[in-house]
Design a protein around this ligand. Structure first.
Ligand code: ATP
Ligand code: MG
Length: 790
């Protein structure tokens, strides 16, 4: 009734309120960072439900990450007494996956199809190239992976690839072979999820019409980062084209910020915003101009910076909050000194009462995190890295998942290759090649070809095949937990790592996998004996059902499973879990250390906010990145990235750069980023003297300036643990650290070791130490706490 929705709208400003309560019809909310776009989107869904304008089954909402989807669901269930399980809220990939499971026959996939992540995909391509003698000089697998990915993003199948020269023809051939391989093995990569789901809608009128009728409200967050195929997918769901005119049934609300478009390199297209307005004939465009996140010093920096971009749709941000603290800028002598400064500031913040998880350290490239991690580690500050090596991407977890996937589908060759000789079973590369040849000529999977290999090698292969068979039988009908525990044991994985010196962490992670499965079962509502289904899909084919018939019913059981639209067959918890593992890699990190400083790339920080934000490595060539500085478009994307980074901060913002930095095994001498010179002086506080910056060093000539050291090229090998010799010639002064070559020392993480060499002095002093258990490492003495062992 009237007034009941007041609490929902109470905290909103007039523009936000207008956006939340827009009448039917398509709308674009175009607004800057922190203006409440995501909040408007979530509140809109709640409002639609509460006022009876929509049912949970009639809404489709696309978020940028799984984490965002979960947050949205949590907030919705906080606002309304409804069961949000089974609502179509998720990422593009998550939603496509769901649609494909439900209609897998029409989509030409096995119901239990497995998802290949980037890494799996690359190894599948490598395997294929080897089999078909593809010249990897001319066609490097990485490049082929990119090629296939961008074809799919453009909606192109192999036959659609323009083949005007032999190279293109060859690539199209490989793409074709890759598709056949995936089909044979019953797997799909991320791009395939999107493309196949699009084709499913495009080529099946009843299915398309069903979803068009069903989703009366489609809402998309971070719309500026959608790619062409995603946009076309949305269009299929929204309606059909007739005489060149789009006839839609529901309403689409897109929410975005052109200044935060940071995925052009992955095919995202800001142009989708303009296309959306034109093709959907959008009448309602709402701008939000009030920023609720940041103090004005921070906001002034963001505004001034982004004003340097020429190609903008144009909006402004203001805040009612006061100026707050000035934005602090620090120049460090080295990346080590920079990290140490961050740690000192972080400690000051936490001792002043700020929670660690409210502090974020952002960087442009993943490679930057290691130095920061080691400084935090040595200072005993707990931290958590997002991205990088995620839980589901760790080697031991991928091995375990491969066994699980084989239990589900023995023809999954990618998984077969991964674990046939892991733990080692004496099955060598030669045997594997033989097996692959046999499989190819018989046109079957590696599993099926194993019987053809004779002799000792054949016996070993037979042993592996038998292991999988037995395990399959033993785990029939078992709970997810029991399946995983049985597998960990029978595969020999745990035992293998037990004999490994560094295996302790890995075993812990394997046990964590059991926990992850357990919490998945609870979260997704997979009961002990019944697989619960999404509301709509519990009722027959669902194809003829109108959205209106799916009432708001809190008494419905938890839902989240998948059901085959033809047979009514439900997906096993194991398959659902494997899918979850593939799609959620990234956000589902070990839950330990909640009270931890958050480390992540700027890309990963989109949509998030923190009380304090550190942005390190503000140096020409790093941020803006070398790869992007050659043209205007690239530079503008880097600037948008910086805009995203700055606008994550609520109260405090710290910017820093280092004169020298070790990256990829080389010392770099850096000039501070031009972005620092684009900020308004009034909002800043330079903690170190502000010297000639990028602008002056470049002499106004445009183009980037950054020097790779010729003097100190990769002196100490590779392996990630390599540190630079100091940029200045080693001084002869008396060392303050009291170390000398030959001394035995103790390190808190690496244990006892022996000093092999010492370089530099003062803050830059480093020692090369050999640790029997961890190998030889270069350590920054200002950071690493080494004690001399008598
Ligand atoms: P981004 O572009 O970074 O994704 P956004 O536009 O989605 O930002 P939100 O994350 O929705 O912004 O909101 C930013 C912050 O401001 C949140 O903490 C949100 O709760 C708060 N906020 C939004 N609107 C209001 C309001 N009317 N009153 C008070 N706080 C608000
Ligand atoms: Mg947002």
């Amino acid at each position: 009734g009237a007034g009941t929705h007041e609490p929902l709208l109470a905290g909103l400003n007039p523009e936000q309120r207008a956006a939340v309560t827009l009448p039917e019809g398509h709308a674009l909310i175009l607004a800057g960072a922190g203006s409440g776009k995501t909040r408007v989107l979530t509140t809109r869904i709640a409002w639609l439900l509460q006022t009876g304008r929509a049912t949970p089954g009639g809404i489709l909402a696309v978020t940028f990450t799984n984490k965002a989807a979960r947050e949205m669901l949590t907030r919705l269930s906080g606002m309304l007494p409804i069961n949000v399980r089974g609502m179509w809220i998720g990422t593009f990939h998550g939603l496509c996956n769901r649609m494909l499971r439900a209609h897998h026959k029409l989509a030409g996939l096995p119901q239990a199809f497995q998802i290949l992540d980037q890494q799996d995909q690359l190894s599948a391509i490598k395997r294929l190239c080897k089999q078909h003698q593809v010249d990897d000089q001319r066609f490097p697998p990485k490049q082929l992976q990119q090629f296939i990915g961008s074809c799919k993003e453009e909606g192109m199948r192999p036959r659609d690839v323009p083949q005007h020269n032999p190279a293109m023809r060859r690539q199209a051939e490989i793409y074709q072979l890759y598709e056949e391989q995936c089909q044979r093995e019953g797997v799909a990569d991320f791009g395939e999820l999107m493309l196949r789901s699009f084709e499913l809608l495009r080529d099946n009128d009843p299915i398309r019409m069903h979803y068009q009728r069903r989703f009366a409200h489609i809402l998309v967050d971070e719309f500026q980062d959608t790619n062409r195929l995603q946009y076309r997918w949305l269009k299929q769901l929204a309606g059909d084209e007739q005489n060149g005119q789009l006839r839609t049934m529901g309403s689409v609300m897109a929410v975005g910020d052109d200044d935060q478009s940071i995925y052009a390199f992955r095919g995202a297209r800001v142009g989708n915003m303009q296309d959306f307005v034109r093709e959907f004939d959008v009448r309602q465009t709402i701008k939000l101009e009030e920023n609720y996140r940041s103090y004005s010093n921070i906001l002034d920096c963001a505004n001034a910076l982004i004003a340097h971009n020429a190609r903008r749709l144009g909006k402004n941000l203001r805040t009612a909050q006061g100026p707050g603290e000035p934005v602090r800028i620090f120049e460090a002598a080295s990346d080590f000194a920079e990290a140490q400064w961050m740690v000192d500031e972080i400690r000051a913040l936490t001792s002043a009462g700020m929670a660690r998880q409210q502090i974020a350290v952002l960087y442009r490239s993943n490679a930057q995190s290691r130095v920061i991690e080691s400084a935090l580690f040595n200072a005993g500050v707990s931290y958590r890295v997002y991205g990088g090596l995620r839980f589901f991407e760790r080697a031991e977890i991928k091995h375990a998942l491969a066994y699980l996937r084989l239990l589900e589908n023995v023809h999954d060759d990618t998984s077969f290759v991964r674990v046939v000789n892991f733990p080692p079973r004496g099955i060598g590369a030669r045997t594997l090649e033989q097996l692959q040849d046999a499989a190819r000529s018989a046109g079957c999977s590696l599993h099926d070809a194993a019987a053809q290999i004779k002799g000792a090698a054949g016996a070993k292969l037979g042993g592996f095949v038998a292991l999988i068979e037995v395990l399959r039988e033993q785990t029939q009908g078992q709970s997810l937990r029991a399946i995983i525990e049985r597998m960990l044991d029978a595969s020999g994985l745990v035992e293998h790592y037990r004999s490994d010196k560094e295996g302790e962490d890995r075993i812990e992670n394997l046990h964590e996998l059991v926990n992850a499965a357990e919490s998945f079962v609870v979260q997704e509502g997979f009961g002990r004996d019944a697989v619960a289904l999404p509301l709509d899909e519990q009722r027959g084919s669902g194809l003829t059902q109108s959205p209106v018939s799916q009432g708001l019913d809190p008494s419905q059981p938890a839902a989240g499973g998948f059901i085959d639209q033809d047979t009514g067959e439900t997906l096993s918890p194991l398959v659902a879990f494997l899918t979850h593992a593939a799609l959620e890699a990234g956000d589902n990190q070990a839950q330990a250390g909640q009270d931890a400083v958050q480390l992540m790339t700027v890309h990963a920080s989109k949509g998030l906010e923190f009380d304090a934000v550190f942005i390190g490595g503000l140096e020409e060539g790093l941020f803006p990145h070398d790869n992007a500085m050659s043209d205007q478009a690239g530079l503008e994307e880097e600037r948008r990235l910086m805009y995203v980074a700055i606008t994550r901060a609520r109260q405090r913002l710290y910017l820093s750069h280092a004169q020298t930095r070790m990256l990829h095994g080389q010392t770099r001498y850096n000039v501070r980023s031009r972005f620092l010179d684009e900020l308004p002086q009034e909002a800043l506080k330079w903690l170190t003297p502000q010297r000639a910056g990028a602008a002056q060093a470049r002499g106004g000539a445009g183009g980037g300036f950054s020097a790779w050291s010729d003097a100190a090229p990769s002196r100490f090998g590779s392996k990630g643990e390599v540190f630079a010799s100091p940029p200045v010639p080693p001084q002869k002064a008396q060392p303050a650290h009291g170390l000398r070559v030959g001394l035995a020392v103790f390190h808190t993480k690496f244990g006892e070791g022996k000093v092999l060499a010492i370089e530099g002095s003062g803050d830059d002093a480093r020692a090369q130490v050999h640790f029997p258990r961890h190998g030889t490492k270069w350590l920054a003495l200002a950071v690493a706490k080494l004690t001399v062992v008598d």
